[in-house]
Ligand binder design. Structure first.
Ligand code: GLU
Length: 441
């Protein structure tokens, strides 16, 4: 069996960490099993769906390195939904209902007032043909409900384990509005069946939808996919956080976070595996839904930043060359890389190399730096290690050592107290600039 997963966002906004995680886990499972990963744009809600969000979703997935093996759009599949719908109406599993929203609200109030669960009473099913005809003659257009079969609805969730719902505790869900537009449940089940989706990954807020959709698969004579419902994401403080709903690719990119850091973190939080700076293939190799727990997964931006630093420190020049400032070569990258938290900081260090740098030496260092300028002019820069040549010569000439030797040089040469290893940095600064900076301090 070839596995097929899908990520099914509604294009009503940008992707946020929660749905990025869903897309990622769907991708990893497909890769782990040699299967396919589909992007399905759930755009049946014409009023709320926007083309710019479709484009943004594609671009966000691209940035994350999650490349779908195919793309489908629900708005192009209306004919299939109509056909399945007609079959379900013919078999009596979908029926017309005529209540207005006010009537339904009133029914609910009465049930709640009596201490009863607010379950739809199937008033529409009880209508005689003549009553229905009379309503239609008055111009009342029905919405449509899916009739649940009584009994237990059970499945073995890949993350949550055995699940059980009693259909008697659920209302027949509305699947189509009076204006003919679709609600989410039925088109999604039709698509999952028609596209041969074998594994659905989604948030645990969909668990009760799954119970309803399992009956829809059965009513259509389709084999349902397996389901993996992920636990909620919480913020660092362990609470549901509004902020997570707006954290997306733009934010990460602006903060200088590498896509690999986002995917490495989201692949492992909520699992029994450690967070490691791994690429998608390595993450896929160790992937299994059995690793995931039911407890909420904590998304901690501090942990993301630390992971990002580890990832940046392992990036090869070839992988980042086109994102580095012009002129920065492999030696410069390797000298500067250990000091970076984000790739964007490379620009700042490169500016230290190319200058100009601002440095004003204290009075007591001026003679020393003048001697340093003379030494820098005298040493052999072609021998490969000008920093040791320079500092050895100055140690002998001035008797300075340790901090008193190194710090004034670093300050004069870089304008800073800290930074990359001077032995790696000085060859990049080069003879002319070094002499000039030392002489001027
Ligand atoms: N469009 C639905 C959503 O964004 C898809 C849910 C699903 O994965 O079935 O919630």
């Amino acid at each position: 069996m070839t596995t097929i997963t899908r990520f099914a966002p509604s294009p009503t906004g940008r992707l946020h960490v929660g749905n990025i995680r869903t897309a990622l886990l769907s991708t990893l499972f497909a890769r782990a099993t040699g299967g396919r990963f589909l992007l399905r744009i759930d755009d049946t809600d014409a009023a709320r769906s926007e083309e710019r969000f479709v484009d943004a979703i594609r671009a966000d997935l691209e940035w994350l390195g999650l490349h779908p093996d195919g793309e489908e759009r629900q708005s192009a599949r209306g004919a299939l939904y109509d056909a399945r719908f007609a079959e379900l109406v013919a078999s009596g599993r979908v029926y017309p209902a005529y209540e207005t929203q006010q009537e339904l609200d009133l029914k609910r109030k009465i049930q709640l007032g009596r201490g009863l669960p607010p379950i739809y009473d199937r008033g529409a099913l009880a209508l005689a043909d003549a009553e229905r005809a009379a309503l239609e003659a008055e111009g009342v257009r029905p919405h449509w409900r899916f009739r649940l079969d009584p009994g237990a609805i059970e499945w073995d969730d890949l993350i949550r384990g055995p699940q059980r719902f009693d259909a008697a505790t659920m209302s027949d869900p509305v699947v189509r509005r009076a204006d003919g537009s679709w609600l989410y449940l039925l088109p999604s089940a039709i698509d999952d069946a028609d596209m041969g989706i074998t594994h659905v990954v989604r948030g645990e807020d969909h668990v009760s939808n799954t119970a309803l959709q399992l009956q829809m698969f059965a009513a259509m004579g389709a084999t349902p996919p397996a389901f993996a419902h992920t636990a909620l994401l919480t913020g660092a403080e362990g609470k549901l956080s509004k902020r997570l709903g707006s954290l997306g690719v733009d934010h990460f990119r602006d903060a200088g976070v590498e896509p690999a850091a986002v995917t490495a973190l989201l692949a492992r939080i909520g699992t029994s595996d450690p967070v490691e700076p791994l690429g998608l293939d390595d993450l896929a190799a160790g992937f299994g839904f059995d690793r995931f727990g039911r407890a909420p997964a904590r998304f901690d931006e501090e942990e993301l930043a630390q992971l990002n630093t580890r990832i940046v420190h392992a990036l090869a020049f070839g992988a980042v060359a086109d994102r580095l400032p012009a002129g920065m070569d492999v030696a410069a990258w390797e000298a500067i890389r250990p000091n970076l938290h984000t790739l964007a900081e490379a620009v700042d260090w490169w500016r230290v190399v190319t200058g100009p740098v601002e440095a004003e030496a204290p009075l007591e260092d001026r003679d020393f730096l003048a001697a340093a300028a003379a030494a820098a002019a005298a040493i052999d820069w072609t021998a490969g290690d000008p920093w040791h040549a320079l500092t050895n010569r100055l140690k002998e000439a001035t008797g300075r050592k340790g901090r008193a030797l190194f710090l004034p040089l670093r300050r004069a040469l870089t304008g800073l107290d800290h930074g990359p290893d001077m032995a790696a940095l000085l060859p990049l600064i080069g003879r002319e600039r070094a002499i000039e900076r030392l002489a001027k301090s």
